[in-house]
Ligand binder design. Structure first.
Ligand SMILES: Cc1cc2nc3c(=O)[nH]c(=O)nc-3n(C[C@H](O)[C@H](O)[C@H](O)COP(=O)(O)O)c2cc1C
Length: 180
């Protein structure tokens, strides 16, 4: 089993694309394949001490899933399967995709929801990211003036994605015992 589990939800494939680009930077011993959360069991998910998790925000600030018109299940359906688990001793880093121009009042809210979910079950959240360079009105993914994880916007700032991902991975590397 790889050291770090890499899981994502995605509707139109952008979050999948970013997850796969993260996996490409690491060997199989270090990082699992990028796997859609609708393909993992709660048991397998719970085996990882280190997790990198990605989500888009859909609807009006919601997690992806059947109620936001995704074609298949996603985080909305997966979280209830792991809601009874204790994540104490585990380290979680989040990345979120959203559209700060189209949805400025709910930018990346789903990342905020994932953060609350895992933090309230004992996980250590790492990878907080500055809000400089983004323009939006409000986001539940901002806590104490920073995003709770990596903030991406492939709808409006796709050219910044690679650079942001690389800087963020370098930032979280020590927390995951990685050398980059
Ligand atoms: C119907 C719909 C609702 C959306 N709602 C939000 C939202 O509330 N907040 C936000 O930041 N982005 C929102 N977005 C933008 C998506 O999060 C963004 O396009 C994302 O990159 C999609 O990722 P995916 O291709 O992995 O599904 C919405 C997009 C759609 C199509």
């Amino acid at each position: 089993m790889a050291k770090i589990g890499l899981f994502f939800g995605s509707n139109t494939g952008k979050t999948r694309k970013v997850a796969k680009s993260i996996k490409k930077r690491f060997d199989d011993e270090t990082m699992s394949d990028a796997v859609n959360v609708n393909r993992v069991s709660a048991e397998d998910f719970a085996q990882y001490q280190f997790l990198i998790l990605g989500t888009p925000t859909l609807g009006d600030g919601e997690l992806p899933g059947l109620s936001t018109d995704c074609e298949s299940e996603s985080w909305e359906e997966f979280l209830p399967k792991i809601e009874g688990l204790d994540f104490s001793g585990k380290t979680v880093a989040l990345f979120g995709l959203g559209d700060q121009v189209g949805y400025p009042d709910n930018y990346l809210d789903a990342m905020g929801e994932l953060s609350e979910f895992f933090a309230s079950r004992g996980a250590k959240l790492v990878g907080a990211w500055p809000t400089d360079g983004y323009e939006f009105e409000s986001s539940t993914a901002v806590v104490d003036g920073k995003f709770v994880g990596l903030a991406l916007d492939l709808d409006n700032q796709s050219g910044k994605t690679d650079e942001r991902v690389a800087a963020w991975l370098a930032q979280i590397a020590p927390e995951f015992g990685l050398s980059l």
